[in-house]
Structures are given as C-alpha cells and as structure tokens.
Design a protein around this ligand. Structure first.
Ligand code: NAI
Length: 767
C-alpha cells in the first residue's frame, strides 16, 4: 500500500500544520473540522489562514494550497473513504477522540491507517473500545508545533499495531514529510515532552528558589546550555503560560506517583495570579516579558512590576556558549548553582528513563534535538561534560545515580569505532547508530573522521575523494579563516584530483553572514586596505567555486544569509533543505553585499527574465532584492526571486542532503556552468532614476536617510553608476564596484552606528 491521499481531522494548530506539510510533500489532503452554522467550512478555512501566517508560513509557497481540500465532518465525512491515512488532531479529549474513531470505522476503506496526534493519552485507552482490525492499523503520530519547522515525529506503536503500518508511516513521514522519525513506546509524554517539560520545570523552580531574574535564568538556561535562547521564561511566554500549565498538569495526571517529575510540578502562586490577570505570555501581550513603549520589559518576580529588560552581559554565559555547558558547572556562584541544579536533575532523569522508554540513548537525544531544538541531547551533553565527574558530583551531593548512568562511567554513551558511531545500549553493549538508507547527519559522521585541515571556525574533510567544507563558528559567521579553509579545500581538490567539493554543515543555520566583528575591527583600526583585501579574497574564493573544473555543491540548511548566501550563490549546484531561508540582508547593517552577491543577483535576474539585450528591468529587480534585503522562506520562493537557478534542487528532509550532495558530485548533469558575459550597462540615466526614487520614498517617510545612501550604492553597482549607457562591464568590474561601495559605506558614521548597534544590542538601529 502507498499513502496517496490523506485526511486530517481537526484544523487547529496541529491539524492545519500537518495538512500543510502533507501539501508541501505534493500529496492531496482533506482538512476537516466541525461544521459551523453560517459557513460550514469556517474552521477549516481558519486552519488554512493559519498556514498563511507570514511569520511562520506553513506552506512552501502559495501553490501548495491547491493540494488542500477544505471541508467539515458533517458534509464531507464520506470523503474519508478515499483516504489512505486519516490523521486525527482534534482537541485532547478522550471521549471526543473515541467517538470520532467509531464514526471513522464505519466509513474508511479496508487497510486505511488511522493515527492520533495526542500528546498525553495512551494508545491503550484510545482504542480500547475498537475492533481488533481497527487497532491493528492505529498508531500515534505525535508531531511538534510548528509542524513544518519542527523535525521530530514521535511514532508510537500500540500493542496491536501491525508492524507494517509502522513501517509505512515511518517511511512516509521520513521521506515525504521530511521528519526525523523516533519510534516510541506507549509511555507517558513519550520522549520529547517527558524530558523537555521536566527540564523546563527544573529551570523554572530553580530560578524561583535561587532568586534569579527571568533575564538571568534565560541567559544561562539558553544558548550556554545549547538550548534555544527563549530559555525557560521566554519559552513559557511563547507557548502560553496557561497552556504550559495545562501541559504540566496533564503529565502530573499520567505519570506514576514515584516519578521525579512531581517534585518539579508544583504550581507557583505568582504564575496562577498571572494567568488570572491575563498575563499569559506573547498571545496575551504580556507574560514574563512584554514589549513596552521603550523596548522590551521583564517582570520583576518579587514586585510584580515590569522593568526595562536591558541586555545582560555574562562572561560566564559567553564562555559556555563557546566551550560547552561544562563551563557553567565550574562556576561557584549562583549561576553555577542554577546550572548544576538543572543539569544534574535533567540529565539524571533522562538516564533514569532507560530502559523504561527504550534501550538506547539515541531516541531521547534525537527527541530533544529535533523536537526542542537542543544542540545536543542529554546523553551527548553528559559525554561532553564528562560522565565520571558528573557522577562523582552527584554522589558528593548525595543524589542517586541511575543504573544506566553509573554503568557509563569511564566510557560514556557514544563512541566512534571502525568508522562508525556507536551508542551504549541499556544492557551495556555497543551498537552502531542506525539511520534509514539515504540519511546521513554530518554531525554524526564527522565524529568518525579526522579533518584534513581545521581551525576554530571551519574545517574540511575528505569523504572518499570529495572535499567537504564545514563552517562551525558561532552562527557560522564567516571571517578570513573560514574563507582560507574553503580556499585550502579548493586547492587540494584541484591539485590532488579529488572528485569535487561540498559545502555543508548540520548546524541550525548554514551561515548568518560575514562576522561583523571582523568588519568592525577593520574600521576601528581605520584599516580600509585590510578590509578591501579581505573582500577581494572572499570574492576570489567564491569565484573559484563558480569557475572550478570540478563539481561544486552547496547543501545549506536553515539560514544562509548575507555572506553565507554569497558562498551558496557561487556553487555550481545548490541542494538545499525545503525550509532554507536565503537572502542578501546586508542593507540592514548599512553595507552592500561585497562577496559577489550584487553581481550574482543581477546576472540571475537577467537569466530569469531572459533580457540580456536591455538589462534595465533586471537592474530594477536586483536593486529591489538588495535594497530591501529580501529573504525567501523557501526554495520555491527563492527561485522566483532569482536566488536559485533552475538546476538547484531542494529536499524536504534535511537529513538526506548530504547523501544527495555526494550523489550530485558524481552526476555532472546537475552542474550548471555560470555564463557571465560582459554586460552593456544602462549607466547614468537609470542610476539617477533609482536615486530619485529612493529620495522620493524617503520624503514619503518610507525610508530612513541612510537607507538612501545604502540604496544609492546598490543602484550604482547594478547600473554601472555614473557611466555612459552602453558602457560594458565584466564580472571583475562588478566585483570591484561592490568593494568600492562597501568601503565607501563603511567609511560613514551611519553604517558604523548600524554595525555597532547590531553587535552590541542585537539589532541594527534605523538611521
Ligand atoms: P486546537 O484546539 O488548536 O485544535 C483542535 C481542533 O479540533 C479545533 O479546531 C476544533 O474545532 C477541532 N475539533 C474538536 N472536536 C472535533 C471533532 N469531533 N471533529 C472534528 N474536529 C474537532 O488543538 P491542537 O493544539 O491543534 O491539538 C490537537 C491535538 O494535537 C491534541 O490531541 C493535542 O494534544 C495534540 N498536540 C498539540 C500540540 C500543540 O503544540 N498544540 C503538540 C503536539 C500534539
């Protein structure tokens, strides 16, 4: 059987998200909700509206909407007879779900699969009244919100579920929906929420007990621990303080009394008051944080008043972010105590769940990485901190040491053995980590390889004759050393007859651009020649990617913006993730793309529009992309914005990028040469027209004064600036023009202010 038509019942947060991802896969889907009086499909329509949210678009592009049929459970229930998989995502009420399954059993076709998205109800209870045939084709598919972006799918098998049903769902969700499928047993909270909510509760109670402010707690229980920067209080606000309290309560209800979760679940009086006052978090406009008239404010937990949330500069947090969470545990102040309390309890708790929830650490680690966006899972963190010192400290503190943790002393939970990564099983034996065919995570593979060359910010590896360049600085920001590493790999492929080059990493983001700190260092030293050389080297290196006589593939995930996108723009083929975000956002910080980005944007628009004779329209398009710092939130949108070329491809599952990139190196058909002929420029008249448009827009209040300066430099590059119409420029002329404009802007106070505020305050000033 194949899954060719899907139905999702319940068009709320989760149901609409699931339907959206099915549509993204190019599969037809019915989205049904309860009928409404005036407009029977109103709730399903609202579900589709949710997918259109520009801040978290659930669809790759508008075209995917054609795969979604909207309906209701009164008029369209018979449609379910056509569907191969019916995913239930109605409210978390056992009676409602059971009632629905009884109705479903009467209409669905033989062999059709039914799943629930329940977070807390055991399968056993869901299907207790259903016939055996229904139970065999029933499972839990637990997606995470937002469905398009969260990689985790917990796939829970009931006692009666047919293994073939699990296999089919696993394949479909992995290959077509792009999820990291983690098989789970029918245990409370499965894996992600069991550990994730425990960790959040630990951090919450520890912060209150130790008297940390929300800002302090989030500064520690955040990036320094490899956890998203929302931390604990920010996450409570994001999810909703009321909703999060319900989630905690539902775990209290289903976990056995002996579970350590109960000790972390006590209600905090202030939070009960906050919920009653409507301080429910972001959706209520205020929670632990709120946007005040003069910027972000934070709740004083003692007084209940909001105060300015000024940025905390904690050197300890910075060191931990760079060198790992272990650094926090060396601190003998309050922050160290907070970190130890959270980590000691959370990591021990995770270890205590084995073997109850599964025999090996990979499931829990995957669940936390893919469902909670942790950089490392609990067992990977334990390995990084050092199991022995961790256990010794637990013992010193009189805390119990779970058997699985004690057993790992001296050896840890993961090891590289004979070129493979292995994990420690509950019984103590080692087993290679199994991933589906076609799935390779570079974060795992790299642990079994020695780099050919490596520095603090980048490395390159030899994958059986293919050079793989990995950036690994903070946010993968690029500097001279990153580019030197790329150049070194290019040299070696060229000189040693290697088969090709891939630029890839398995981090959250491919690269957030050139490291602004290094730009600031240049202007603080007034070393404009040094800055010019840095840009020229950058240009030459990416130019070598584009003109190489061997295959060059960029396989980016997450954000590739600014200089990071300029690297991608010069690969002969891009194989990116469906959720890749791309764009040249330099204008925000008052500069132009100086690494070939302006040049590529112009040439690509000429190609897309097919207008090589009169390039004026392409100049306008390029000018708009660059000036507005446009980003594309999917490869389909990127293609329409001339950011990707026709030979570039995208994959819905990011774990498949590396294998596809390797295959692409040996398949020359994917490599499109760059034809970059000399261009006849529109020159002065168009340049002046653009500057005039900028000035008029400023006068109408649409732009700030310095936007006009930055925009004018972009106009100068794409039109040729103050030259006669018909003047011809080569690619090198564009590179030179980019550098001239970059330097001219960096010489201005306004650009320096933008860069300084970006670095010091986290966002650029509008000036
Ligand atoms: P929601 O409240 O946003 O949406 C539920 C939808 O179900 C509503 O549109 C409602 O009108 C509809 N509905 C209720 N009874 C129905 C019926 N008999 N037939 C058809 N539609 C019906 O809820 P949400 O958050 O989408 O949750 C859905 C399920 O997913 C729940 O089981 C929840 O536990 C689970 N879940 C929720 C997550 C979240 O972050 N919100 C994460 C993972 C799982």
């Amino acid at each position: 059987m194949k899954i060719e038509k899907v139905a999702v019942i319940g068009a709320g947060t989760m149901g609409s998200g699931i339907a959206g991802q099915v549509a993204n896969a190019g599969v037809e889907v019915w989205l049904l909700d309860l009928p409404q009086d005036d407009n029977p499909n109103a709730l399903a329509e609202r579900g589709l509206e949710r997918l259109r949210d520009p801040n978290a678009p659930g669809l790759l592009s508008k075209a995917q909407e054609a795969n979604i049929h909207l309906g209701n459970t009164r008029d369209d229930f018979d449609r379910l007879a056509e569907c191969d998989w019916i995913a239930e995502a109605v409210v978390e009420r056992l009676d409602i779900k059971k009632d629905l399954y009884r109705r479903l059993d009467a209409v669905i076709k033989p062999g059709a699969i039914v799943t629930s998205n329940t977070s807390t109800i055991p399968i056993r209870l869901l299907v207790e009244d259903m016939p055996q045939d229904f139970r065999q084709r029933f499972a839990i598919t637990h997606f995470f919100n937002p469905v398009r972006f969260m990689r985790l799918l917990e796939l829970v098998r009931g006692e009666d579920t047919d293994p073939a049903v699990i296999d089919l769902l696993a394949d479909f969700c992995e290959q077509q929906l792009g999820k990291g499928v983690v098989p789970c047993l029918d245990t409370p909270g499965f894996l992600g929420n069991r550990v994730g909510v425990f960790a959040i509760q630990c951090a919450l109670h520890a912060a209150f007990d130790l008297g940390l402010t929300p800002l302090e707690a989030d500064a520690i229980f955040g990036r320094p621990m490899g956890i998203p920067k929302t931390g604990v209080f920010g996450l409570y606000d994001l999810i909703g303080i009321d909703l999060m309290s319900d989630v905690v309560q539902s775990l209290v209800d289903i976990l056995p009394e002996s579970d350590p979760f109960h000790a972390e679940a006590a209600r905090i009086p202030l939070m009960t008051e906050m919920i009653a006052n409507g301080q429910t978090g972001n959706k209520g406009g205020r929670g632990f944080y709120r946007d005040g008239d003069n910027g972000r404010e934070v709740l004083n937990l003692a007084s209940g008043e909001y105060e300015p949330a000024s940025r905390l500069n904690l050197p300890l947090a910075e060191r931990a972010e760079r060198d790992g969470a272990g650094v926090l545990l060396e601190d003998d102040g309050r922050y160290g105590e907070f970190a130890w309390r959270v980590l000691s309890r959370t990591l021990s708790y995770a270890a205590s769940l084995i073997p109850e929830v599964g025999d090996d650490p990979v499931g829990i680690d995957d669940a936390m990485k893919l469902g909670y966006n942790w950089i490392q899972g609990p067992f990977e963190m334990l390995d990084a901190i050092g199991v022995d010192s961790f256990v010794a400290r637990l013992e010193r503190d009189g805390m119990s040491v779970p058997a699985y943790l004690a057993q790992a002393a001296g050896a840890g939970f993961y090891r590289a053995e004979a070129g493979r990564l292995e994990s420690r099983q509950a019984g103590g034996q080692w087993q290679p980590i199994q991933r589906p065919p076609g799935v390779t995570r570079f974060s795992e593979l790299r642990q079994t390889l020695a780099p050919q060359n490596s520095c603090a910010v980048a490395s390159w590896f030899d994958l059986d004759g293919i050079a793989l360049v990995e950036f690994h600085s903070k946010a993968n920001a690029l500097d001279a050393d990153s580019m030197a590493m790329l150049a070194d790999a290019l040299d070696r492929v060229e000189n040693d007859g290697m088969r090709g080059l891939i630029v890839h990493n398995d981090a959250q983001h491919f690269s957030c651009g050139v490291n602004l700190q290094c730009v600031r260092d240049f202007f603080r030293r007034e070393d404009m020649d040094g800055l010019d050389r840095f840009l020229a080297d950058f240009q030459q290196t990416v130019h070598r990617m584009q003109t190489a006589d061997f295959p060059v593939v960029a396989a980016p995930v997450g954000m590739s913006i600014g200089g990071g996108f300029e690297v991608v723009l010069h690969a002969k083929q891009v194989i990116c993730h469906a959720n890749s975000v791309t764009g040249l956002v330099e204008s925000l910080v008052g500069v132009v793309p100086g690494g070939g980005g302006c040049k590529e944007t112009l040439y690509r628009w000429i190609e897309l529009l097919g207008c090589s004779d009169d390039i004026s329209e392409a100049c306008w398009k390029a000018f708009m992309n660059l000036g507005y710092g446009k980003t594309a939130t999917s490869p389909l949108i990127a293609r329409r914005q001339a950011m990707l070329r026709p030979n570039d491809r995208y994959l819905i599952n990011r774990d498949r990028l590396l294998d596809e990139a390797i295959a692409a190196i040996d398949d020359p058909s994917g490599q499109a040469p760059f034809l970059r002929p000399e261009l006849s420029l529109p020159g002065r008249p168009l340049f002046e027209e653009m500057v005039q448009w900028l000035e008029q827009s400023r006068d109408k209040g649409m732009f700030m004064p310095h936007d006009v300066n930055v925009g004018s430099e972009m106009a100068r590059i794409v039109t040729g600036g103050d030259v006669d119409p018909g003047t011809t420029w080569s690619e090198q002329d564009f590179y030179d023009a980019e550098r001239r404009s970059f330097l001219a802007l960096v010489a201005t106070e306004q650009t320096r202010t933008r860069i300084n505020t970006m670095l010091d305050e986290g966002s650029p000033v509008r000036n």
